[in-house]
Design a protein around this ligand. Structure first.
Ligand code: ATP
Ligand code: MG
Length: 638
């Protein structure tokens, strides 16, 4: 027990959040506004479905925008920075409120009401945020589709959502190149089996577009018409649906995650307080995209619910130069920043002096999530910016961190290579895949959670309760447990280490190894910028590891001799750290790895190519050229 008066430790808070689940979350629920108080905190009468804050009425838009008008109407709320179209614009809470109400009025005029779905297929522009918050305001369900997806992915999401409205734009811009959205949208609507009645286009003047009469509307025109209309908040029961969103598709089958209203708002508010430690009036900067869960939770809802200004950045980490992210931190006095390991690995290939050019004194911590954060990358960035780097592990399904450190509760040190400890609310276990039994400390197991899942986690798969139960709760033998499909290990102090996805575990001559362990080791070599390791079927050993490595300086592998020497060095590094059992049979040098549009390595596709199989569904791939490189590397090696 904590000494009298001392704040409880994270471990104590975690234990209490499981033991006294309802009182713990009832307290957190005070962090948001309720129009009508909830009665029952949790209904778990139908496992594994959990319903939080029953009967309570609230609204995400109210909590993110309206409730701040009294204290901070004229403080920044949404900061739009575009290095694509060279615009910088700040919306105060009052201005954000006006624009959201206008967007809500336009949506209503197009027939959108409570419970209707709205597809948001937009570049990173303020209107995208207005559209999300407008949906929340009127009780419509948004389904944001990442703007980088093409017609096929968009069409399948339209079919699943059956939207009343699609909100889109004439075009986006990526690294200075205009990307027309409207033709992609038109093609998707052709492909979709049931197209929506209305399409709302935000015309940025980037590309001419063809208007389909009777269906397509121009946002600026309708906005003028509804300039001063009032649209009151629609108070929703806590368990109504706020949004649906697909997982990143790293394993090739995106799942439609459905989230509620009350639990979602409470979970985000609590995470802002305990994990991100962001205060009202400060600025939050997440480099993600609104098309992903990080963008939902920590570009739009989380920071705004906390009364913070949030930066919406349309651009890449390298343009106009590799200092751009840090320049924005200086310019807006950012106190909390959130990015992904993949973005940091991009910077690692640049001149490190870019990171020392700007005044980062406002910044308290850099949070990184989405992928394993290897120790060398974590150390590199922590030293370069001189700030704590906090890894955090979670999923689209959970909406907020499962593993991290919570400095709002206790100032535990993050450990390089570990995303941290179990967060309050998650009854986290490491289970043996075959027996369902719990494994001990320092033993490998599947990262799993005993339901009920805490507030903020997915309610179900959109319109498919069976798939929810089948996919997530039916893989651990003998018990009802939510499987994350990630494989991990916990040390004696309660720090977890993620070793890769369960199907990335390879079996070399009877030894089970996470591909992540081998990747981590390869990354410790100073020449390596990033790498991917997959298990490839082998008639003798069952499986062998094969590695693909991107070098910081590709010229170091320019000729066959250099490649051979480096391959030998890398293999020796693995021998030394992991033992010969983990040594890859081959190390291939490439200049890019196949990744999802959210920046995650598509190990499944790499493995398929290595085994001369079809790489599978590639709708979410960033650059098909990366697969071509792999094919060539493999072909040359054959
Ligand atoms: P899909 O489920 O469609 O295959 P996905 O799992 O990549 O795609 P997300 O929900 O975006 O979709 O990603 C969650 C996954 O990302 C986690 O299950 C884990 O594998 C990985 N991940 C996220 N953060 C971390 C982290 N900090 N460390 C290690 N892995 C992480
Ligand atoms: Mg997943």
């Amino acid at each position: 027990m904590a000494a009298q008066g001392a704040a409880p430790s994270l471990k104590e808070v975690h234990e209490r959040s499981i033991r006294e689940r309802e009182s713990f979350w009832a307290e957190q629920a005070q962090l948001i506004d309720w129009n009508e108080p909830f009665g029952q905190v949790l209904d778990y009468s139908r496992p594994p479905f959990a319903r939080w804050f029953l009967g309570g009425r609230t609204n995400l838009c109210h909590n993110a925008v309206d409730r701040h008008l009294a204290a901070r109407a004229h403080q920044p709320a949404l900061i739009y920075e575009s290095t694509e179209v060279d615009v910088s614009r700040v919306y105060t809470f009052a201005e954000l409120h006006r624009e959201v109400v206008r967007m809500a009025a336009v949506m209503r005029s197009l027939g959108v009401g409570r419970g209707d779905r709205v597809i948001v297929y937009m570049p990173m522009i303020p209107e995208a945020v207005f559209a999300m918050l407008a949906c929340a305001r009127i009780g419509a369900i948004h389904s944001v589709v990442f703007g980088g997806f093409a017609s096929h992915s968009l069409a399948s999401r339209i079919d699943d959502a059956e939207p009343a409205l699609v909100v889109s734009a004439d075009a986006g811009s990526r690294a200075g190149k205009v990307i027309e959205y409207k033709p992609l949208l038109d093609a998707a609507l052709q492909l979709a089996s049931r197209a929506p009645d209305k399409v709302l286009i935000v015309d940025r003047g980037l590309a001419p577009w063809e208007r389909v009469a009777g269906r397509d509307e121009d946002y600026a025109t309708l906005r003028e018409r509804h300039l001063d209309e009032d649209v009151p908040i629609e108070w929703l029961e806590s368990n109504e649906v706020s949004y649906t969103l697909y997982t990143s598709g790293t394993t090739g089958t995106p799942k439609g995650v459905q989230r509620d209203v009350g639990g979602h708002a409470v979970a985000l508010a609590a995470s802002m307080k305990y994990i991100f430690c962001g205060n009202a009036g400060e600025t939050y900067f997440s480099t993600s995209d609104i098309g992903w869960v990080v963008g939902h939770s920590y570009i739009v809802y989380g920071p705004l619910i906390a009364g913070m200004a949030t930066i919406l950045y349309e651009g890449t980490p390298l343009r106009p130069d590799p200092g751009i992210l840090w320049r924005l931190v200086e310019k807006h006095r950012v106190s909390v920043m959130f990015s992904a390991p993949t973005a940091i690995r991009v910077l690692k290939k640049q001149d490190p002096s870019w990171l020392a050019k700007y005044d980062l004194s406002s910044l308290r911590a850099l949070f990184l999530a989405g992928e394993p954060l290897d120790e060398p990358t974590a150390r590199w960035i922590a030293e370069a910016i001189g700030k704590p780097v906090i890894d955090n592990y979670w999923q689209t399904e959970t909406g907020w961190p499962i593993l991290t450190v919570a400095h709002g509760i206790e100032k535990t040190e993050p450990r390089f290579g570990s995303p941290g400890m179990a967060m309050y609310g998650y009854d986290l276990r490491l289970l043996d895949e075959r027996t369902g039994e719990e494994v001990g400390n320092n033993e490998k197991g599947v990262v799993a959670m005993i339901p009920p899942l805490p507030p903020g986690c997915m309610q179900t798969v959109w319109r498919n309760d069976d798939r929810f139960v089948q996919t997530y709760f039916s893989t651990v033998p003998g018990r009802l447990a939510y499987s994350t499909f990630d494989w991990g290990i916990r040390d004696d102090d309660g720090y977890y280490f993620i070793l890769g996805r369960t199907d990335d575990v390879i079996n070399v001559a009877g030894h089970r190894l996470g591909t992540r362990e081998i990747e981590e080791t390869l990354s410790s070599h100073p020449a390596v910028a990033e790498c991917a390791v997959v298990g490839v079927a082998d008639s003798l050993k069952g499986q062998v590891a094969t590695a693909f490595v991107v070098l910081k300086d590709p010229s170091k592998a320019a000729d066959a001799n250099a490649r051979l020497a480096l391959e030998g060095e890398l293999m020796a590094t693995v021998d030394k750290r992991l033992g010969a059992i983990g040594r890859p049979n081959r190390v291939h040098f490439v200049t890019m790895l196949p990744k999802t549009r959210s920046g995650k390595v598509l190990r499944r596709s790499i493995q398929a190519l290595c085994e001369r199989r079809d790489p599978g569904d590639l709708t979410t791939i960033e650059d098909p050229g990366a697969l071509e490189q792999l094919r060539q590397a493999l072909g040359a090696a054959a």
